[in-house]
Design a protein around this ligand. Structure first.
Ligand code: HEC
Length: 189
């Protein structure tokens, strides 16, 4: 038998009566929260100039770009002078040489005299000016069209600078059987 208290007295259709069952509190709460949320959301985004999706995207993108520029700048802060200490550090040179012997020797020769790749000991450079930052750049990025592979990620990051310092250190060693000069003559600074 339906609860008499809840029976809605003032209407009846073809013998069908209605009970006045209140909605459960949790349901009403959730509903009110969505209403309040909708008002705030609409107000913020439509009336008070909240960012559009495009604006949010471009803000995100520019913060990524700013991060990238920061890391690039940090990388560029290192100059030839910063690297020179490595050249006179026998441990760094030995590590760089070991890496050179396994990765670079097949194309540049065991003494850097050049085989498929150019002579790395002379005054002539095709890429860059023969400074350590320039060597690092060619080494990391490679010259894929010309058969110089990019080594970024192949040579362990903590050895990259040692390899570049080693290449720099063999300049002027005049190894036997050196490949003929290629590129521009660049006087070492
Ligand atoms: C598969 C062969 C090959 C290997 C391996 C190789 N190189 Fe090269 N490298 C080349 C070629 C070819 C060039 C010339 C690119 C050009 O013509 O611009 C070159 C150019 C260079 C240059 C610029 C020379 C210049 O005259 O400007 C440097 C520096 C260099 N390589 C360093 C390295 C180092 C360091 C390694 C080992 C981590 C290495 N290369 C491994 C083929 C190779």
């Amino acid at each position: 038998m339906p609860d008499k208290e809840k029976l809605i007295e003032d209407h009846e259709y073809d013998g069908i009566r209605e009970l006045d069952n209140p909605l459960p509190g949790w349901w009403l709460m959730t509903f009110y929260i969505t209403v309040i949320f909708a008002v705030i959301y609409f107000g913020y985004y439509q009336l008070f100039g909240g960012p559009t999706l495009d604006e949010e995207l471009s803000a995100e993108m520019s913060s990524i770009k700013a991060e990238q520029e920061k890391t690039e700048e940090a990388g560029e802060l290192k100059t030839q002078e910063d690297y020179l200490a490595l050249v006179s550090n026998p441990d760094a040179i030995a590590k760089g040489k070991a890496e050179f012997m396994t990765k670079c020797m097949p194309c540049h020769g065991d003494k850097g005299q050049g085989i498929i790749g150019p002579n790395l000991t002379d005054d002539y450079w095709i890429q860059g000016d023969g400074s350590i930052p320039a060597i690092l750049k060619v080494m990391n990025e490679g010259v894929p069209d010309k058969g110089m592979p990019p080594w970024k990620g192949v040579i362990p990051a903590d050895l990259e600078e040692d390899v570049a310092a080693y290449v720099y250190s063999i300049h002027g060693t005049n190894p036997p059987g050196a490949k003929a000069p290629q590129g521009q003559m660049i006087e070492r600074r």
